[in-house]
Structures are given as structure tokens and as C-alpha cells.
Ligand binder design. Structure first.
Ligand code: GUN
Length: 285
């Protein structure tokens, strides 16, 4: 007998969480501390433009103040660094986000380190990465934070479980692995060079795919009953979105699975709002 997996519905959870933000934003605004987010975009990458516009729109819908700062692809890094210094000192701004990737002539780490850690709502500053690694997080990167909220919502216990992450990026894979470690899971981080990937993924009670290749994870790579988290957002030639997991086949093997769209995606911006509101609450005292 086969059972179809339960769907982990990020869209509904995101709506529920955002409804709960309303009171916190109103309370802050009443004290003169409306939460504010500044989003910096360098260049014309079409996907980055969409993400940045979605972030600004989400702020507006949630009652946050927001600023969008757009620079041409050939801008001098000093111009962006000067703007970050100004935003660090701006009391209207509680969160500063630099959309990645930056153009090649930027030293990405130097830009991320220029953001004051108190306003680093992406959690990419070395100080915040270090705090997370030590199990004492200050800001958790938005996508892995959203995945943790989905585990919480689904009553999925991580302690003692085999967690496998495919992808080792600073944005998803690495912080996801740190969160699993902190939760008491046994953690494997795979990458594009991993030998016998399937041998690793078949052992996963929890599998996170952050690969960037459409339908890369196939049903034969899953342990029956696994929880499957698909972080991929890939655009197919026909314009449709698809994840890193072959959803239709995987849902017949997994016990719980995130769809694309409507899974992890809506949670990422939700947790960006959560981090920005949290930053404002800390500032307000
Ligand atoms: N590029 C892809 N994902 C992200 C993210 O979560 N934050 C930023 N700043 N850039 C990204």
C-alpha cells in the first residue's frame, strides 16, 4: 500500500504568521517605532528585481516602512558602502538587506560586513553567522528560518534524526545545517561533487534540497517516509515554476513534502518581516 505525502503548506503558514505581525507592527508604530527595511539592489538581474520588489511589497502590505535603493551594475562599491553607513545610522531603518548575488567587481563579504549586525536581518554578517554557529542566534537567515517554522508547524521533531542538506551555500545550505545541528539532528551536507549522493539522501529522515536544478531529486533517492523540503525555485522553458524535487513521484514516497510554488518560497519573505519587526522591537527596548 502506498500513501501520498502530507503537503507542508507554506502559503497558509505565511499568511497566519503575517496576520500575527499586525499587532506587533501597530504597537511599535504607536510608540513612534514603525519597523523599517532598506533593500539594496545592484544591477539588472531579472530574478533579483522580482525578489526585491516582492520584499518591498510585503513590507507595504504588513505596515512596515521600506526603502528600495537601486544602483547600476557598474556602480563603484564605495557608493554602496557609503549608503550602508548612512542606513546604519538612520533611525527609520531597522533592517538592511543587500540582494545577492552582487556583480563580480564587488567584494561580497566586505559589503555584508559593512552592515551593522543589529540591522543585519538576512543574518549574513560574520558576527551573526558566528552567533548561529555557537547556538546563540541573533538573526537567522530567512529561508532556513522559514523551514524551521514549517517543522514547528508540522510537529516535526528533529532531535536524533538524520538530516541531509543538498547544497552548501551561505544563504541556505550552511545556515540550514547549523540549525539542524543546534536542534540535535545528525547532519550531512552534500554538494555537487558528492560521491554517491543517493547513498546519503536514502538515509535522510529529513531531506532539504537547495540545488537550483529542476527535479534533481528523484523518488529513488528518498527513504520511504522521509520529510522532503524543496528550496528550489526554477523556471522551466514553458515559463512554469518547478522545484529541485520531482514532486509528483516524490510525494508517493515521502511522508511530508513542500510544494513549489506554495512551500518554502512564501516563508522566506515572511521571516524577513519577522526579523525586521524583531530588530525594531529590540531597538524600541
Ligand atoms: N539571494 C537569494 N536569496 C537571498 C536572500 O535570502 N537574501 C539576499 N539578500 N539575497 C538573496
Amino acid at each position: 500500500m502506498t500513501m501520498t505525502a502530507q503537503i507542508l503548506d507554506g502559503k497558509t503558514l505565511a499568511q497566519t504568521l503575517r496576520a500575527g505581525f499586525r499587532k506587533r507592527v501597530d504597537a511599535l508604530a504607536a510608540q513612534g517605532h514603525r519597523p523599517g527595511l532598506a533593500v539594496i539592489l545592484v544591477g539588472e538581474d531579472p530574478a533579483s528585481k522580482v525578489y526585491v520588489n516582492n520584499k518591498v511589497k510585503a513590507c507595504e502590505d504588513a505596515g512596515l516602512y521600506s526603502e528600495k535603493l537601486v544602483y547600476p551594475v557598474n556602480v563603484a562599491p564605495a557608493v554602496v558602502l557609503d549608503k550602508i553607513a548612512e542606513l546604519n545610522a538612520d533611525p527609520k531603518v531597522h533592517g538592511i538587506l543587500v540582494q545577492l548575488p552582487l556583480p563580480a567587481h564587488f567584494a561580497e563579504a566586505a559589503v555584508l560586513e559593512a552592515i551593522t549586525p543589529k540591522k543585519d536581518v538576512d543574518g549574513f554578517h560574520a558576527e551573526n553567522v558566528g552567533a548561529l554557529a555557537q547556538g546563540n542566534p541573533c538573526f537567522i537567515p530567512c529561508t532556513p528560518y522559514g523551514v524551521m517554522k514549517m517543522f514547528e508547524q508540522g510537529g516535526i521533531d528533529l532531535s536524533g534524526k538524520e538530516a541531509v542538506v543538498i547544497g552548501r551555500s551561505n544563504i541556505v545550505g550552511k545556515p540550514m545545517a547549523l540549525l539542524f545541528i543546534n536542534a540535535g539532528a545528525t547532519v550531512t551536507v552534500c554538494n555537487s561533487r558528492t560521491e554517491d549522493l543517493k547513498a546519503h539522501t536514502r538515509r535522510a529522515d529529513i531531506l532539504v534540497a537547495a540545488v537550483g536544478k529542476p527535479r534533481f531529486v528523484t523518488a529513488d533517492m528518498l527513504k520511504p517516509g522521509a520529510v522532503v523540503i524543496d528550496v528550489g525555485i526554477n523556471r522551466l522553458p514553458d515559463g512554469k515554476l518547478c522545484g529541485d524535487v520531482d514532486f509528483d513521484a516524490a510525494k508517493e514516497v515521502a511522508s511530508q513534502i513542500t510544494p513549489v510554488p506554495g512551500g518554502v518560497g512564501p516563508m522566506t519573505i515572511t521571516m524577513l518581516l519577522a526579523n525586521t519587526i524583531e530588530a525594531a522591537e529590540r531597538e524600541a527596548g
